[in-house]
Design a protein around this ligand. Structure first.
Ligand code: ATP
Ligand code: MG
Length: 343
């Protein structure tokens, strides 16, 4: 592989609500860790867009395409103004084909489980979310689930690539081919084919019915590793996994696109605490760390992650959403101090 560039430019969408506060925290921490990133900041003014227009400008989308990396805070799509949803625009325009969510138990964060270390890789472009629904006649609706060979191969390939790059042991394809014989059957066939191609990689492969996966995740999540699945299953299972480790406020998320990656916090804009310096920046920060690993900036990602984990484990400085009383600034300062100690 080619040597990694020494300096990166990343498109930053701070977003709405608490977005700017948590983005500021990420920028300060990255700065203190000497991460070689220049931010190309784009403020999306969702109220400035005319009805029917896209909320994200072509210029902002071009910036992600050009830089190859973007980081996105939470954004609110105004409802009922005739805009294409923000997420839909980003997904279509950037070709975001896989959503990746690593969920690891965080020591010191009180949850029912302590040994979770799973990654959901969700197909992000088709399946049950193709948007093809129609009324056959009043009282009867059909909704089309579309599964293609291209999209299935691509997302399964990515799951293996991720597993190899991140030293994982196993990829599990999650499906319901016992009932959806043709659609999930095709997905499963593709997963098997990709697994066959990677049989010398040392990554194990297994298949699991979606209902069995749900049961296993709540009874013994330690038995699962990387999971790859069609859109709807991935939507549900990725939130389930976030719940296993303490919720969306702690869970990173990354979207793989054609020639680019968009890391994002999947929680909302938290309108109830905006401007109060109370937001928890962990989810956005952890998403940004996924991006660093993808850029081969692992030492910096490792240092920041260890500092976050240590601060959370010590439990002295933490934000209100996870039972503390500290401000966003105090938590950010604590992580920066911890980095100086651990370095
Ligand atoms: P949106 O419409 O943007 O989804 P929402 O009203 O659904 O906003 P969420 O952002 O989804 O609100 O948040 C739900 C709850 O979780 C709120 O009480 C919010 O304050 C809290 N919350 C969400 N994210 C964070 C965070 N990063 N730090 C602290 N609290 C958070
Ligand atoms: Mg919400």
């Amino acid at each position: 592989t080619a040597a990694a560039p020494s300096q990166y430019t990343v498109t930053l969408f701070p977003g709405d609500g608490i977005g700017p506060e948590i983005a500021e925290s990420v920028k300060r921490i990255f700065n203190a860790a000497d991460v070689p990133i220049t931010w190309d900041t784009h403020i999306i003014d969702v109220h400035a867009a005319k009805p029917g227009e896209d909320l994200i400008s072509k210029e902002a989308l071009d910036s992600v395409r050009r830089n190859g990396f973007g980081l996105k805070g939470p954004m609110a799509t105004p409802i009922g103004k005739g805009h294409r949803s923000l997420n839909l625009t980003l997904r279509k325009e950037l070709g975001l084909y896989a959503n990746v969510r690593p969920c690891v138990s965080i020591p010191g964060v009180d949850t029912l489980y302590h040994d979770v270390d799973v990654v959901t890789v969700r197909e992000n472009t088709e399946g049950e979310y193709s948007g093809l629904e129609h009324v056959v006649f009043p009282g009867v609706v059909e909704s089309l689930k579309v599964i293609t060979r291209d999209a299935s191969m691509r997302v399964c390939e990515y799951a293996f690539e991720y597993a190899i790059q991140n030293n994982r042991k196993r990829v599990t394809a999650v499906h319901k081919a016992s009932v959806m014989k043709l659609s999930d059957g095709l997905f499963l066939e593709c997963a098997n084919e990709v697994a066959e191609r990677h049989k010398d990689s040392g990554i194990e492969f297994q298949t699991l019915l979606i209902d069995n996966a749900a049961s296993l995740l709540v009874s013994n999540p330690a038995l699962l590793d990387v999971m790859v699945m069609p859109n709807l299953y991935g939507d549900i299972i990725s939130d389930l996994c976030a719940g296993l480790i303490g919720g969306l406020g702690l869970t990173p998320s990354g979207n793989m696109g054609t020639g680019c990656m968009l890391a994002e916090a999947v929680h909302g804009t938290a309108p109830d605490i905006v401007g109060q310096n109370r937001a928890n920046p962990t989810a956005l920060l952890m998403s940004a760390l996924m991006m660093l690993r993808h850029m081969q900036l692992r030492p910096q990602a490792q240092l920041i992650e260890r500092s976050v984990y240590t601060v959370l484990q010590e439990g002295v400085v933490r934000t209100g959403d996870i039972g503390g009383t500290s401000t966003t600034t105090e938590y950010t300062d604590a992580i920066i101090r911890k980095m100086d100690q651990l370095r």
